[in-house]
Design a protein around this ligand. Structure first.
Ligand SMILES: NC(=O)c1ccc[n+]([C@@H]2O[C@H](COP(=O)([O-])OP(=O)(O)OC[C@H]3O[C@@H](n4cnc5c(N)ncnc54)[C@H](O)[C@@H]3O)[C@@H](O)[C@H]2O)c1
Ligand SMILES: O=c1ccn([C@@H]2O[C@H](COP(=O)(O)OP(=O)(O)O[C@H]3O[C@H](CO)[C@@H](O)[C@H](O)[C@H]3O)[C@@H](O)[C@H]2O)c(=O)[nH]1
Length: 425
């Protein structure tokens, strides 16, 4: 039996993923609205495959409950998937982790037999050893004997969450070597995923997660920095240049049939966004600084992610009059998602408005409602792509939705800024 705490993108996918493998899973969340939606079989966010998996497993072997005592006392594995946002200083806010740990560790029933607590939330290297373990020990439990604790970072991408979780390329477990009971449980629950399991020290597991996300943000900022040089020099076909760069056979799989997916991150755009890349890059930068290191590359990655937006805005200012109607195409942080957290579109709209552009109309195939409820901008929203094209004299593509690519000839009838380089060169 497993309990998953926090039913957001990661928690819900994790819970349903283990249910799919035949385990009984309890899911717990403190957000009442989210819980009520889930109980009704509705997803609180857009994520392919999860709706049908929820319908299939709900009340079969996946149970949403508010009875933490029953759920955790009958579970061998308790998986923490709560948020880890950054505070105003760019440092990871661990309060959701501590709060959820406290809720479970205060239960007397938890001490009757060994259980393994897995931290799946993203936390900076050394957090488990220096912050979480002492916190757990303050509840008078002996780690490794009465309770196990391990780091289990998650690498799934929004929009691909189900496939990434069910077919993981690697399972990383940061656990003490002596914790044999913990290893047994990891093998029992993760074996059905048929993926290599790497058991490493907790610091290593946490570090691997940040290596992954900061490499992605570095590749994107590298590409965006180069794109600014190319724009400034002029007469450079930027999209073509990057597409030809990606033809280097070292980007290809050994059978040379297709470029590896990682190559896609070496491509310019209008900046990286989403819940993870911005906050995790900033958190690692802050950790470096706390340790008196000088992380020049990460500093550059974060700075370039801000500069690229200002740079592209300057192009708009030079070529678009304040009175023109500007159509913003794309509000989600990436296609096939309705997530607007740290979406570049938010910053663009804010900057345009501050510069005096007041006739803004925005369109996104999925994310308009989320955008409206998260941000309060005095702009209009279009019903369709057609409506946006009709009403605008300038169009700015900020998210590479397939719908926009299919209508590229119509978009090109207007003054067009393809800030995702997705409409063909
Ligand atoms: N979103 C991703 O693509 C992704 C991928 C890998 C790792 N991560 C990491 O996983 C963690 C979760 O990310 P997410 O995107 O799922 O976040 P999310 O905001 O979608 O979900 C977190 C959930 O935890 C719930 N919660 C908070 N405190 C709780 C408590 N005490 N008890 C029960 N529920 C509680 C919240 O109500 C929320 O529903 C973060 O650390 C993130 O960095 C996210
Ligand atoms: O070729 C690309 C791919 C992505 N992006 C941008 O990069 C950001 C992140 O995209 P993506 O990596 O697809 O999204 P996430 O779902 O946030 O996933 C990242 O963050 C997760 C949370 O930590 C990790 O688990 C994943 O491995 C990691 O890819 C978005 O703004 C994208 O627009 C690009 O600019 N170019």
């Amino acid at each position: 039996m497993i309990t998953v705490i926090g039913l957001g993108f990661v928690g819900l996918t994790t819970a349903l993923g283990f249910a799919e493998k035949g385990f009984t899973v309890y899911g717990i969340d403190i957000d009442e609205k989210k819980v009520n939606q889930l109980i009704e079989g509705e997803l609180p966010f857009h994520e392919p495959h999860l709706a049908e998996k929820l319908k299939y497993h709900l009340n079969n072997n996946f149970f949403i409950t508010d009875d933490l005592q029953h759920a955790s006392s009958t579970s061998e594995l308790i998986i923490y998937c709560v948020g880890t946002p950054n505070d105003k200083n760019g440092k990871v806010d661990l309060s959701y982790i501590f709060h959820s740990l406290e809720q479970t560790l205060s239960l007397q029933e938890l001490k009757d037999k060994y259980r393994l607590l897995l931290i799946k939330s993203t936390v900076p290297p050394s957090t488990l050893e220096t912050k979480i373990k002492p916190f757990v020990e303050s509840f008078n439990v002996k780690i490794g004997k009465e309770i196990g604790i391990a780091s289990n970072p998650e690498f799934l991408r929004e929009g691909n969450a189900w496939d990434d979780f069910i077919n993981p390329d690697r399972i990383v477990i940061g656990i003490d070597e002596e914790d044999k009971k913990g290893f047994t449980l990891i093998n029992k629950y993760y074996k059905p995923f048929h993926s290599p399991i790497f058991s490493v020290t907790p610091n290593t597991a946490e570090f691997i997660k940040y290596l992954s996300n900061t490499l992605l943000s570095t590749l994107i900022s590298f590409s965006n920095e180069q794109s600014m040089l190319a724009h400034t020099l002029g007469n450079i076909e930027i999209a073509k240049a990057f597409e030809v760069l990606q033809l280097d056979k070292r980007w290809f799989t050994t059978d040379k049939s297709k470029p590896v997916n990682m190559a896609k991150y070496v491509y310019p755009g209008c900046g990286f966004g989403g819940y993870c890349l911005p906050k995790d890059t900033q958190a690692l930068l802050t950790l470096n600084k706390e340790l008196q290191l000088t992380p020049s590359i990460l500093e550059g990655v974060v700075l370039t992610n801000q500069k690229i937006k200002t740079f592209l805005l300057e192009k708009i200012k030079k070529e678009v009059d304040k009175e023109e109607v500007i159509g913003i195409l794309g509000l989600a942080f990436k296609p096939n998602s309705d997530d607007v957290r740290e979406s570049p579109s938010k910053e663009f709209i804010e900057k345009l408005y501050d510069e005096g552009y007041r006739n803004i109309i925005a369109y996104d195939p999925l994310a308009i409602n989320n955008f409206k409820s998260n941000f309060n901008y005095n702009i209009k929203y279009a019903k369709s792509l057609h409506d946006t094209i009709e009403k605008s004299s300038t169009l700015i593509v900020l998210c590479q939705w397939e719908e926009f690519i299919l209508q590229k000839d119509r978009l090109k009838e207007k003054k067009l800024f393809d800030f995702r380089y997705c409409l063909g060169y």
